[in-house]
Design a protein. Structure first.
Length: 100
């Protein structure tokens, strides 16, 4: 009698363990919104001379394709080099590089 009870408990326990593997839990979808950090696009001709000089000095083969500014007078610059690589640089109004 003990053996039959022991076998029944083991069978029931193993069946429930396998049943849990087949269940899939519905996960919540996470949505990430990327903002431009309050930067608004400006003409590259409207950049301060210090910023344009900093790009010309540190990246002589680079051209500024797009420029953005925020309320703190920080500039986001999309720079393209001669070899076709592009990158984003951040500078303050005095032409100092910053990290955002």
């Amino acid at each position: 009698m003990k053996k039959i009870f022991f076998v029944a408990v083991l069978s029931l326990g193993s069946l429930t363990a396998f049943a849990q593997d087949g269940e899939e839990k519905a996960g919540e979808a996470t949505q990430v919104a990327v903002t431009q950090d309050d930067f608004s696009e400006i003409e590259t001709s409207n950049l301060p001379e210090a910023v344009a000089t900093a790009v010309a000095t540190d990246y002589p083969s680079g051209t500024i394709s797009k420029a953005y500014v925020n309320k703190q007078e920080q500039y986001k610059l999309e720079v393209t080099l001669e070899d076709g690589t592009t990158g984003t640089l951040y500078a303050d109004k005095d032409g100092n590089w910053i990290e955002l």
